[in-house]
Design a protein around this ligand. Structure first.
Ligand code: ZN
Length: 419
């Protein structure tokens, strides 16, 4: 599927360091050891039934920082992201609003692309719609049934066969994966999040309450596809397993998403991967914090959303939106305040005035003190707040901008001050 237009990312003198990044599975900082100068990233995409809010934007900006820092370190980066363009919440919204689910998904995916362009997010090389890989997911599910870690559950109401579930206890017995390997959660926490985040612990006929759905057999009035396991559509976790493996190989360098994906989504995605390939789906797991607004986590279900597209169409500068978000550490939970954007706009104005005083590019210009500070901050677990403070201090001290400094702000922080 078409991705979105790439921002201009200037190249900088020399190479920055490979960043250390907090890893959920080991609860430690891990510095990626790239294989043959390459790094791969899988980030879970949106379910396109509503516009991108600042919580989503914060997640994709966090991983955009990682892509930019990896590239600056001289790595060849391959990035894949999915879009869950068929799923229960999307179908429910389509029914409730009387819109065809395909039209809803297409329009909201377009809006997401335009939001990502406004925020100067480097696009993934592989932007993959689930509806484009349904047959591949079905084949993966068939393979899991054959290897004994997936089973059918009697499905009243479906004339097209039975739903297929993943056998977590079987996978624990047969593979190197176990529950908690990625999330580190205890059993009560897993039970709570499984129920809250799309799981069906009480479904009759399952072997274990935590067994996740792999394949939903066709129902009347629901979209479905003919496949090797019968007509139906993919479960949620297996779609990411299959898309990541197709485009990045068995094990991505980093897999990421919002912290609400730690369990069950990423735990189960890597469980499926380990059953299919014998390897976990990522060497490292990275999770961004949640964004609150008016005292509650920003979420579609609560309706307390601040949307990127609405800020932009109200005439706000998207660079200021990016600055306002990245002034918070990517892993922290934080609350959007209505004054945040005005503060970021004032900062952008100061930085722009500073950048407009830049002299001509000197031939063979080397690393500058500001570039070194930005690289050091970002190599330390993508510390964008510290990087932003470094620019603030530089500007406030009246140090003149060099062309390399302005390029560094564009390349590493995604803020083009030459506009
Ligand atoms: Zn995913």
């Amino acid at each position: 599927m078409r991705s979105w237009n790439a921002p201009t990312v200037p190249s900088l003198p020399g190479d920055g360091p490979v960043p250390a990044l907090w890893d959920t599975a080991t609860a430690s900082f891990v510095t990626t050891r790239p294989v043959d100068g390459a790094a791969t990233l899988y980030v879970c995409g949106i379910t396109p039934y509503d516009a991108t809010h600042l919580g989503h934007a914060s997640t994709y900006l966090a991983f955009d920082s990682l892509v930019r820092v990896w590239r600056d370190a001289g790595l060849r980066v391959t990035y894949a992201q999915n879009t869950t363009d068929v799923d229960d919440p999307l179908l429910e919204r389509a029914t409730a609003t009387g819109v065809d689910w395909r039209a809803l998904a297409a329009s909201q995916t377009d809006l997401f692309r335009s939001d990502m362009e406004h925020l100067a997010v480097v696009p993934p090389e592989h932007y993959v719609a689930v509806t484009d890989v349904v047959g591949d997911v079905a084949d993966a599910v068939a393979g899991l049934i054959d290897s004994g870690v997936a089973y059918r559950v009697e499905t009243p109401g479906s004339e097209a066969g039975d739903d297929v579930y993943f056998d977590v206890r079987g996978a624990e017995r047969d593979t190197s994966w176990h529950l908690g390997l990625e999330s580190r959660y205890d059993a009560p926490t897993m039970a709570r999040f499984f129920a809250e985040r799309g799981g069906d612990p009480d479904r009759a006929g399952k072997r274990d309450p935590l067994d996740p759905l792999l394949w939903r057999a066709a129902r009347a009035d629901e979209p479905s596809w003919p496949s090797s396991v019968g007509p139906g559509r993919p479960g949620w976790h297996i779609e990411c397993t299959v898309i990541a493996e197709q485009h990045l190989g068995a094990t991505a360098t980093v897999a990421g998403g919002g912290s609400d994906l730690v369990f069950p989504h990423h735990e189960m995605s890597t469980a499926h991967a380990t059953s299919i390939t014998g390897e976990p789906s990522a060497r490292q797991w990275a999770h961004s914090g949640m964004v609150a607004y008016q005292g509650e986590k920003m979420s579609k279900s609560l309706g307390n959303l601040v949307k990127v597209s609405e800020l932009v169409s109200a005439g706000r500068d998207a660079r200021a939106v990016r600055l306002a978000i990245t002034a918070h550490h990517w892993r922290s939970d934080w609350e959007w305040l209505d004054d945040d954007l005005a503060d970021a706009e004032a900062r952008l104005e100061r930085w722009t005035a500073w950048a407009h005083g830049v002299g001509p590019q000197e031939a063979g210009a080397g690393t500058t003190p500001l570039l070194a500070l930005l690289r050091a901050a970002l190599a330390d677990d993508l510390d964008t707040p510290r990087a932003i403070r470094a620019v603030d201090d530089h500007v406030a001290a009246g140090r003149p901008a060099t062309a390399v400094d302005v390029d560094a702000v564009a390349a590493l922080l995604g803020i083009d001050l030459r506009r």
